[in-house]
Structures are given as structure tokens and as C-alpha cells.
Design a protein around this ligand. Sequence first.
Ligand code: DAH
Length: 339
Amino acid sequence: MIDRIKEILAAVESFQPKSIEEVEEFRLKYLSKKGLIPALFDDFRNVPAEQKKEVGAEINILKQKATDKLNELKDALTVNAEGKIELDLTRPGDPFKIGSRHPLSIVRNEIISIFTRLGFIVADGPEIEDDNHNFGKLNFPQDHPARDMQDTFFISPDMNVLLRTHTSSVQAHEMSELKPPIRSLSPGRVYRNEAISARAHCLFHQIEGLYVDKNVSFADLKQTLDYFAKEMFGEHTKIRMRPSYFPFTEPSAEVDVSCTLCGGKGCNVCKGTGWLEILGCGMVDPNVFEAAGIDPEIYTGFAFGMGIERITMLKYGIRDLRLFFENDIRFLNQFTAAI
Ligand code: DAH
């Protein structure tokens, strides 16, 4: 029966009428009471119970397609003086279906819009990097264990060319190529050799922030991130900073926001702590300034880096990272955005 349905569907889809009479013949042949499609519904009674679901769905699709085609043909065709049909050229075009923006793009744009209000500008950098910009200039000494924290995809056999493991590499470009003051924001893809699971992926996205000028202080960093957290997650959001280690910042901190679900009381999303980690940050290490040719006696700066997937998961309550990359329309359709 499925074959028969497919056969009729193919005929319906390829049907091209030459006259308005043929459109009527199409209706009679397929959709009228004695037409082929109602006949299929009669035969449906004899389909074995276990096939009913599949066959029923196929017949419904066929009926819908044939009905749509008939309506389309009726709308689109007019009869000219000789009784021949022609396209109605005055008819308005079919509207385009507007897709929805990817949730990661929505959140990336939102983060950018928050920081551009503070004077940050967007700076791009390459995804294929050299060791020096991904590690060396960022104060990762050769053979330093911190390099192992970032499972790197190497491209060249001498391990000099690689896929960047973080957007901090753009900092190294910015500081080497520009003169302070620098206030930049670098969104982009990063790559790590990790097994794919609900919580990890070999490809994900980060946004890096960098502010270098005279007299930039840790208080400026804290205030900037507090503003960000409130704009992103709501005005009642609190932040806390925990001491941490990154080779390119000193001192370094990890930043938590009060739980976006329970507001800090403790729930299963924040595992009862009331806090959720969102980013790493710190004051630019003097060694990083020196490697870029900026005098650390004159300038100070702060940097921060966050995972866009993580922020998006917290904002929308998404539990599985893989959803972002599977392009399932049912998932993606749910997101709408002004930006
Ligand atoms: N690059 C770090 C990572 O991928 C994140 C980070 C931490 C960026 C501290 C920073 C920073 O700029 O100051 O885990």
C-alpha cells in the first residue's frame, strides 16, 4: 500500500496542467469522492493494525499535498482570451518563511550588546593559530602542565600550528598589534580534543574580553562583570569571585552568579550551592604585557573569558550541549530574538 501511495504522490507532485480543464481533471482524478485518494482511505480499513500508524500518516500527507497543489494551481492560473491558462503575473509572490536565529547567536549578540554599551569593540582572530599566540605569549611556559588542561588539536607535525583552544589567543594579537587603550571583545569558535557528551564537545564557543589602559584595577573588573551579570540574568543577580589560576592573569578568579533558577536558595541546577560558575578572569599578567611589547610599569589591564554554550544553557535551562550542534528544527524553532 505504501508503494501505491508513493506512486500517487509522485504523480501529484509532477503534475503540470496545460489548461484549466486539466486542473479540474486533476481534482476529479485524485480528490473527488470517487477519486484515488478517497479510495485509499477505503482500502485503509484492510491494513493490518500494526501498519495502520505508518500508512495512515502517509495517506494524510498525500491528501494534504494534493489539496495544497490544487489550491495553488487554482490561485495561480488565469485563462487568457484563447482559453489557454497562463500565470497571473499580478499575483503577489509567496512569502518567505523567516527562520529563527540559533540560540548561541542570540546569546552571543546579547553579550556583545551589553559590553559594547561599556565601550568594548568586537575584535576577530584566526581559528587556526600558532603555538605562540595560543600559549607562548599568554605565559604558558613550554612543558607547563597548564597546556595539558586544554586538549589541543594540532595541525602541523611539529605541533606549532593548531586549532585555538580558547579565544584568549585574540588577546595576544590585540596587545601585540594595537597601542593601549584597548577595550576588545572577541567571540568565536574554539576546539578541544574532548569526547562528545552532554557536558563537553570538541567544538564550542567563547567570548574573550580585554581592557588595557593606565590605572585599570581589579575593582573595575569586578564592577564590569557585576554589570554584565545583572544585564544578562536580571537585576537581582549577584556575583562572587573565587581565587583561581590561569597562566595569563595574576591574580586570577572564577566568577559565579547566583543561581538563575532558585535565585540562590539552592536547587538541583546549582547542586544546592545557590551559585553557578560562568567565567574565568583576572588582571593581565606582566609577563603577557612584556611578550606583547606593552610596558607593565605604565599599563594594567583585566581579561575575562566565558563559554557561550554555558551561558546559553543557564539562560534557557538547556541540559544537553549536543542540542546546539544537531540542527534539529524542533529545538531551533523555539528561539526568537530581536537581535
Ligand atoms: N581562556 C580560559 C579558558 O578557556 C578562560 C579565561 C580565563 C579567559 C581567565 C581569560 C581569563 O581572559 O582572564 O578556560
